[in-house]
Design a protein around this ligand. Sequence first.
Ligand code: AHG
Ligand code: MN
Ligand code: MN
Length: 321
Amino acid sequence: MAETAFFLSDYLGQQEFEGHISSEGCRAILSLASASVKIAALSRQNGLGEHLGAVLGGENADGDEQKALDVAADELIEEALRTASVAAYLSEEREGAVMLSDKGTLLVACDPLDGSSNIDTNLTVGTIFSLLPFDGSTLLMPGDMQIASGFFAYGPQTTLLLTVGNGVEAFCLDGTGDYRRMDWQVAIPRTTSEFAINASNSRHWQTAVSDYISDLLAGKTGPRGKNFNMRWAGSLVADAFRIFRRGGIFLYPSDQRDGYEQGRLRLVYEAHPIAFLVEQAGGVAYDGQIRILEITPDELHQRVPLIFGSSDEVDLLCKGA
Ligand code: AHG
Ligand code: MN
Ligand code: MN
């Protein structure tokens, strides 16, 4: 029997009925989905009157130069969240929290456009989001407090990987502009022969990472006794999507470059949401020692080393398993 069409709104209604998420949470996710459809459409206009990779001259709080699509995506997300009962919007592209509704019960943290270095190269970029409870007292909390998280990937398909704490569901934008559930039981395989790391940084790595990667590169005749493959997309969402599909280990470790003592990726709107999804799909995510979801940020744009993926492989590096 053909898989009955099952749209994002149907899934969220079912999860709300089963008590996994509130109606406010559903509205926030649907508003993010509506913004993602606009971001996907805009990204397809690059070079056709739009110059989305253009550097606008500003910098975000992390010192990254802002590109046109970073800013456009950020504005589309803020506009969409104003239609939902969200208390505050925490964005990679904003210095501090953007207060939205004083009746809001949720925080939404976002990397509006992940993979900005790939904007003009027609490679997959995306939007990463995290939903957190807001009681008026704090904006910063451990990743285990997340209500939901996910990421949109703008590539050959426009997809959404989403968790509300009850496993991970995959959706794809169909011809009608709606997110339809994919026929894919999302689960990260426990073992892998594929790793993702920016190897151009190898001279800056800590010894533990250098030794680990050397063992992988030694292949069949080395200590691991098997050959490994390497992929590095330069977009966290693209590397993550591949790992959800076929397993792998992703590493953006701390390194000895100035400013990279805590790696490059940000805890609140990259590592926390990805780690929640990864654990819900049977994988693991650490900063090298500590489980990412146990870490409480000291400030909104704090960086964290991020190693995640197939549990046997990640534990071998991080837990000496
Ligand atoms: P962003 O574009 O939001 O700054 O994120 C880019 C991140 C992440 O997507 C990717 O894995 C990593 O930066 C790539 O870093 P390098 O360019 O140092 O390889
Ligand atoms: Mn990013
Ligand atoms: Mn970004």
